[in-house]
Every structure is written in structure tokens, then in C-alpha cells.
Design a protein around this ligand. Structure first.
Ligand code: MN
Length: 316
């Protein structure tokens, strides 16, 4: 594979120190990951983090008859966790530790990069012909960001059934449901389904900041209709989020205490200093540190050119 021409700048990412409740809407951006069109909700220009969540891509919903809509060749990560959650279809994960896993709806894949890992993500040969889901990243706090890499597959995350809906908790805790996946900051990642013509009040930790993304159907928050392809930032100081739906809706809810550290994001790296990013890029290009994804049949991705004057474009 020839070296890609694009250039990618480092971006400083900070928690803006939410002060109280707010409701700000940020349109998602269209990005192409190879042949796969994704809708990027995070990072956004003036809201880089929501708790420790620093990245959120929505892919699908789509159907296909042949080939693989998702085919992200081996690439490296540092300083973060990738969290993959599906509504429909399958994603196969293979990494340089030798883990291989096919994710299906109801489960979650959490890869902790620590100081360095490489992985590939693709539609498996044996598939339903559908794909709909998200990938998120958490920034690892300083005391954990150099830890050994790890991978965790949870087949079924806990769910809470209410008369008016269902909440699946893939990250952190909500009421009596706690995700078994390992995380290194306080956080929440939940999938909220609201039944048609029902209201569902989801309890929130008021010390967390939260954001929501309507995944499908229709949904309102505290009486205000929400649009799809829009990330709504809720701020802190909310004890609950009251969702209502006319025809049924499904919402992604993420949150956590405002992240106390300033991070630097470039390509697939979350770091603190430009030197760390330069070193990680050089290590990937010189085939050090990250290992090899032996299960992937094909060339790996090359790192883009490192420059300070372009927009970030992680490959996820
Ligand atoms: Mn990745």
C-alpha cells in the first residue's frame, strides 16, 4: 500500500469544565473509513471529551449482499480503549496480542491499548448482510495509559427492563446493572430503548457530564424533540434524563466526570505530548512496539504524515 497523502494534525483535547446543565447540539460529520461511510459525533471542535469519552463514530445502518463494508486494516493505538457496540450485524476483531473475536448485538468489545497494540476490524465472511453500530474511545488516565495492552469480549451486557423501555449498560454502572468490561475511569455507556408512546426516566449521576445520540426512531428529552445525526451535550447537574418516544426510539447515552487531564489526539493515538505521538508514529512505521496482526490477510495501514496544520482523522 502506498503511503497516504493526507496529513493529520495533533489536536489538544480538553474537558470544558461543564458548569451545570445545558443542552447543546453538535452536528455529526461525514467521514469515510475506506469504503465505509461513518458519522463522527466526537471529537468535535469545541467539545472534545464527554467524561473520558474522546471519540464516537456511528456506522450504518446498512445492508449488503457481498464483500465487507467494514475492512479496517491493521493499525496501532496508544493511550485509549476502543469500545465497539452493535445494533445489528457483526464486526470481527483481530489484534497483535493474538485475540480474535466476532462481536454481535448485545455484546461489547473493549480493547485497552495501554502503551501500544495493533488491531484490524472487519465484517466477517459469515455475516447477516447488515451492519449498524458505534465505536467509541475512552482516554486512559495517566496512571493507566502505559499499562500492558488487553482485550475483553463481553457476550451479553447487563440490561434493565422497565415497563417503558430497556437500558443496556455496556460501560460503567446504572442502577443495578454494571458492565463487566474493564474501564479505568468512572464512566457510563448505555443504550436506551424507549417503547412507542412511552416515557422513560433514566437516573443520572449529577456529578457526571453526559451526551446523547439518537441512533434510530424518534425521541425527545425533557419534552424537546431530538434529531438524529446530532450529538446533544447535557452538561452536569442532572439527576435524570426523561426520554419519550412516539413510535419507539433508541438513544446512546454516554457520560463520566469531566476528564481531569488535557490530552493530545492524533490519528489513532491519545497522548499528552507531541513527542509521544512522534515516537508512536515512528514505532509503527518502523514495525516496533505494536506487534503484528497475524490473523489479517492484507497489508497494514501506513501512518499519515504528521503535521500541525490539518484536521484530525482517526481511522478508528
Ligand atoms: Mn482501531
Amino acid at each position: 500500500m502506498s503511503k497516504r497523502e493526507e496529513t493529520v494534525a495533533t489536536e489538544e483535547c480538553i474537558a470544558l469544565g461543564a458548569v451545570g446543565r445545558q443542552l447543546d447540539a453538535y452536528p455529526n460529520r461525514d467521514i469515510n473509513l475506506g469504503a465505509l461511510a461513518v458519522s463522527r459525533a466526537l471529537p468535535i471542535r469545541d467539545r472534545r471529551l464527554v467524561g473520558p469519552w474522546c471519540f464516537l463514530d456511528r456506522f450504518g445502518p446498512l445492508t449488503f449482499n457481498e464483500g465487507k463494508p467494514m475492512d479496517v486494516a491493521p493499525h496501532p493505538h496508544i493511550g485509549l480503549q476502543t469500545v465497539t457496540w452493535l445494533h445489528d450485524g457483526e464486526v470481527a476483531h483481530d489484534d497483535s496480542l493474538g485475540y480474535g473475536s466476532v462481536l454481535r448485538p448485545g455484546g461489547v468489545n473493549v480493547m485497552t491499548s495501554g502503551g501500544g497494540i495493533a488491531h484490524a476490524e472487519q465484517t466477517p465472511r459469515d455475516n447477516t448482510g447488515r451492519l449498524d453500530g458505534v465505536q467509541l474511545w475512552t482516554a486512559l488516565p495517566d496512571q493507566h495509559r502505559h499499562m500492558p495492552a488487553a482485550f475483553s469480549h463481553v457476550q451479553d451486557v447487563p440490561a434493565i427492563e422497565y415497563p417503558s423501555g430497556i437500558v443496556q449498560v455496556f460501560a460503567g454502572e446504572l442502577e443495578r446493572a454494571a458492565s463487566p468490561a474493564p474501564y479505568y475511569s468512572a464512566l457510563l455507556g448505555a443504550d436506551v430503548r424507549v417503547h412507542p408512546r412511552h416515557e422513560l426516566a433514566v437516573p443520572l449521576n449529577p456529578t457526571y457530564e453526559h451526551a446523547i445520540l439518537v441512533m434510530n426512531g424518534d425521541c425527545s428529552l425533557d419534552g424537546q424533540p431530538l434529531e438524529q445525526r446530532m450529538l446533544y451535550y447535557l452538561g452536569t447537574a442532572r439527576a435524570e434524563a426523561c426520554f419519550a418516544s412516539r413510535d419507539g426510539g433508541r438513544v446512546l447515552l454516554i457520560g463520566g466526570p469531566p476528564f481531569p487531564e488535557k490530552i493530545l489526539m492524533w490519528w489513532n493515538f491519545v497522548a499528552r505530548t507531541p513527542d509521544e505521538i512522534t515516537q508512536a508514529r515512528a514505532d509503527w512505521e518502523d514495525q516496533r512496539r505494536f506487534g503484528e496482526v497475524k490473523a489479517y490477510d492484507g497489508p497494514r495501514l501506513s501512518a499519515p504524515t504528521l503535521t500541525r496544520f490539518a484536521h484530525p482523522n482517526p481511522v478508528s
